[in-house]
Design a binder for this molecule. Structure first.
Ligand SMILES: Cc1cc2nc3c(=O)[nH]c(=O)nc-3n(C[C@H](O)[C@H](O)[C@H](O)COP(=O)(O)OP(=O)(O)OC[C@H]3O[C@@H](n4cnc5c(N)ncnc54)[C@H](O)[C@@H]3O)c2cc1C
Length: 519
């Protein structure tokens, strides 16, 4: 398409039947990637364009939970909580490598919420949707228990429930990979600069931000999944009307400190402002604390944690944990911007986390825009979008994404522990930490770059800290990685673990590897 298309398509002459694509999806966050996957799997010709790297915006800056959202029950969001609870086990089943159950300990603080209210909330949480793999909730005695050990002495009891944690940016990449396997074209560093309606199709002006090349494609449907930019894509194309929803941008930040406690469980800390803050194990030797909520009006790519947010998170932690932390304990922080559907609520905390699909007009080709949403609900959202696109047309395949594994996720019975044992016997010579990281990040995909290897010599150059050449070739060839940052912070979280020397070695090698794969 890119090579043969003239610089400007004579838009008016494009017939629907001759459109380059059935769907052009704008935005390679979780929603765009999920929609591309679903649509490609139903036989549609799909193009996904992402202005930067996959998951470079909100979808790599989340709290990393696949959860029902216990807190949303306080806002009577039963529909959202039920849909999210249903998704937990579905997503766990299709991606057991990047998603895993995690227990959450909620220390009881009677000054915040009465115990009976929490019990009622947890009753709904346990029963709003069927559970097979995830345990239900129960009360726990904290005093004298290992669960209570890191907490202030005054916490006597609490509650424990189960949700899931996810590697958010890898979930995005796996959806994009699945879409590509089913025939979708995925173009990263490619911005949609304008949209024009011409007869029965949309023409989409594209700009390759690396090469500078510009071209136009046509598509029967456009899905605007640009997250925090959803409204600006429409504004810039002159496609808004008084009915177009507004978006509420809310910044949320997280801090990372050295591992604060033993165990694989998380804590849910109630705050005097009625918000909750999660404290959870992260990347083996760290603890993640978040999140904040702050109205935001700048460029979402530039969202950074403020001093006030760091202070808020340290204070939230210090209120409940015995050993205080200070701002100087913060090793790393990240911020993202929630693109919330503006439902007119005053406070950012009470604005709905549910999504709204907006249609540009009921005449002419379809333009759907995704307002709001959660990582947890991306799959149902995608299904709903594709159902709408196919409305009135033959859909021989129908909804399919609830049961087909994401790439690398076809682990026997979803049993990750057995999978690890199996991989250990296969690659017995490989350092356990490296093997575990490969298994968690790639699942069965790790065999793509390890198959046939018998010793370290077969892994190519060692850049340091367990980062080997074969993995980098794989990430460039199969996962659209282009820069060291793509590799160190989105395809993995190696950036938190490796030395400056390893980063330099990787950066140096990467330009050569990129050249090899572009030939
Ligand atoms: C602090 C925080 C914590 C959160 N925690 C959770 C959680 O624990 N669990 C949960 O379920 N949800 C959570 N969420 C919500 C969730 O992260 C978001 O709903 C989700 O990531 C939004 O995905 P998206 O695809 O809509 O947007 P994004 O991930 O922002 O993707 C949009 C993409 O569009 C691209 N783009 C923009 N304009 C253009 C253009 N013109 N052309 C091409 N590409 C373009 C951008 O580069 C971007 O990559 C959290 C959100 C925040 C901010």
């Amino acid at each position: 398409m890119k090579e043969s298309e003239p610089a400007q398509t004579d838009a008016a002459q494009i017939e629907s039947a001759r459109a380059d694509y059935d769907i052009c999806v704008i935005g390679g966050g979780i929603n765009g990637a999920g929609i591309a996957r679903d649509a490609a799997g139903r036989g549609l010709k799909v193009l996904l364009v992402e202005a930067a790297d996959l998951a470079s915006a909100t979808s790599s800056a989340s709290t990393k939970l696949i959860h029902g959202g216990l807190r949303y029950l306080e806002y009577y969001e039963f529909h959202l909580v039920r849909a999210s609870l249903k998704e937990r086990e579905r997503l766990l089943n299709i991606a057991p490598h990047v998603i895993r159950p995690m227990r959450f300990v909620l220390p009881h603080d009677k000054a915040q919420r009465p115990a009976r209210l929490i019990r009622l909330g947890l009753f709904f949480y346990d029963n709003l949707a069927k559970r097979k793999r995830l345990m239900g909730s129960r009360g726990v005695a904290l005093r004298g228990s290992p669960l209570g050990r890191p907490l202030e002495h005054h916490y006597k009891k609490g509650f424990i429930y189960t949700d899931c944690r996810v590697d958010d940016s890898r979930l995005v990449v796996l959806n994009a990979m699945s879409a590509a396997q089913k025939g979708a074209d995925i173009l990263t560093h490619t911005k949609c600069e304008n949209l024009n309606q011409s007869g029965k199709v949309w023409t989409v002006d594209l700009h390759d931000l690396v090469s500078g090349e510009r071209w136009v494609v046509s598509a029967k449907t456009v899905v605007n999944a640009a997250g925090p930019w959803v409204r600006s894509v429409l504004d810039e194309a002159g496609l808004t009307s008084p009915e177009t929803p507004n978006i509420r941008l809310v910044k949320g930040s997280h801090i990372i400190i050295n591992q604060a406690y033993e165990g694989e469980h998380a804590y849910v800390l109630q705050q005097p402002d009625k918000r909750i803050v999660f404290v959870m194990p992260y990347e083996g030797k760290y603890t993640l604390i978040g999140t904040t909520e702050e109205a935001f009006n700048d460029d979402p790519y530039e969202a950074r944690i403020s001093k006030k947010e760091t202070e808020y998170l340290c204070a939230a932690y210090n209120r409940s944990f015995k050993k205080d932390i200070r701002q100087s304990d913060v090793l790393w922080a990240y911020s993202g911007v929630r693109p919330l559907f503006d439902d007119g609520e005053d406070s950012a905390t009470s604005v709905t986390r549910d999504y709204v699909l907006h249609e540009y007009s009921d005449e002419g080709p379809l333009l759907l825009s995704v307002f709001g949403g959660k990582l947890t609900t991306y799959r149902v959202l995608s299904e709903q979008v594709v159902d709408r696109v196919l409305e009135g047309q033959a859909d021989d395949i129908g909804p399919w994404t609830a049961s087909e594994n994401l790439p690398g996720g076809g682990i026997l019975n979803g049993d990750f522990d057995r999978f690890i044992l199996f991989q250990k016997s296969k690659y017995f010579w490989l350092d356990e930490g490296v093997l575990y990281r490969y298994a968690r990040s790639y699942g069965l995909l790790m065999d793509r770059f390890l198959k046939g290897t018998k010793s370290y010599e077969d892994l190519g150059e060692h850049y340091g800290d367990g980062v080997y050449e074969v993995e980098i070739h794989y990430l460039v060839r199969d996962e659209w990685a282009r820069t060291a940052e793509d590799i160190l912070y989105r395809r993995s979280k190696l950036g938190l673990h490796v030395s400056g020397e390893t980063v330099q070695n990787l950066e140096k090698a990467l330009s050569e590897i990129l050249k090899q794969h572009s030939r």
